[in-house]
Design a protein around this ligand. Structure first.
Ligand SMILES: O=C1C[C@@H](O)[C@H](O)[C@@H](O)C1=O
Ligand SMILES: [Co+2]
Length: 298
């Protein structure tokens, strides 16, 4: 389905050790994590909290396994902190990724985010940005995107549950308020489905802006439970709302067809945070790899 070399397959470390809840998978080492990724047939990864920060050490460990860095998450606070603070941290993050050879920088606005609050009900209390916050966010992202472009890199914005950019309407608003030369979109299937959106519809609508893909599946019955029982995002993750493609309720067939028929070039990165004590990360990486082979032909 995908033409040769159009996409690269990666997997995030969050199934092995969870940066948002470091107690999940604390026993799994960095070396085990990247070895199992490679053994399961992936050639890339994003940076997790156990990865060495020394780029030479990190690159050597990855090179030994034929792996590379696709990107790493950056939390912006454009709506709540002075721009200069976010700018300084962003430049450091950009330069770290540049040294590692990454081409995209994942950015998610965390001003008033509830994604890290263990006890705040996800569906009742997500932030809704005011006009003033939207303007700060859009203007700030345009500036950060310019800084990314200076190094031939792209800023890819991560819409996320529990943040001010979660729903289809909010994604549309962000895309319309930012400049396409500076702000691209990270398409995360799991966050869209969990939010109650149609991932395929968003893909078709913003295809031209999408420069990075997170493949996450959702267990529908757990998503319903999170909503009904007013659980937080993190409790939902612990309960198993997310899983690897092929193991949940999203049918990726049309998604892969749409991406492969487009000009998309870049990473398809499996990202399925769940409790590694319940879902063995290596076993689930193999399930994902097999599903992608069968469904996307790569
Ligand atoms: O890209 C992501 C990074 C994680 O830290 C986050 O919580 C997860 O849900 C995600 O999509
Ligand atoms: Co993601």
């Amino acid at each position: 389905m995908f033409t040769e070399n159009a996409v690269k397959l990666g997997i995030a470390p969050i199934g092995w050790t969870n940066d948002d809840m470091p107690e999940l998978g604390k026993e799994n080492t960095f070396e085990q994590c990247i070895s199992e990724m490679s053994l399961a047939g992936f050639i890339g990864t994003e940076v997790g909290n156990k990865y060495p920060r020394d780029t030479k050490v990190l690159k050597k460990a990855l090179d030994l396994r034929g792996m590379e860095i696709a990107s790493a998450w950056f939390s912006s606070y454009l709506t709540t902190k002075p721009f200069e603070e976010t700018e300084k941290a962003f430049i450091e993050h950009r330069d770290f990724l540049l040294e590692l050879g990454a081409e995209v920088i994942v950015v998610s606005e965390q001003g008033r985010s509830i994604q890290g609050d263990m006890n705040v009900p996800l569906f009742d209390e997500k932030p809704v940005f005011t006009n003033e916050e939207w303007i700060k966010l859009a203007e700030g992202l345009n500036k950060l995107g310019r800084l990314a472009n200076e190094k031939n890199m792209s800023l890819v914005y991560h819409h996320h549950m529990g943040t001010g950019v979660q729903t289809a309407k909010e994604i549309d608003q962000l895309m319309s308020m930012t400049e396409e030369d500076f702000v691209s979109l990270l398409y995360d299937t799991g966050h869209l489905y969990f939010s109650g959106e149609d991932p395929l519809e968003i893909l078709k609508r913003h295809l031209k802006r999408i420069k990075h893909v997170h493949l996450k599946d959702v267990r529908e019955e757990v998503a319903e439970k999170v909503k009904d029982k007013k659980m937080s995002f993190l409790v939902g993750v612990r309960e198993g709302v997310f899983t690897v493609p092929g193991d949940g309720n999203i049918d990726f067939t049309e998604i892969f067809i749409c991406l492969s028929n487009s000009a998309y070039k870049g990473w398809l990165l499996v990202e399925a945070e769940q409790d590694p004590a319940k879902a063995n990360p290596f076993e689930y990486a193999l399930i994902a790899r097999q599903y992608i082979k069968e469904t996307a032909g790569v």
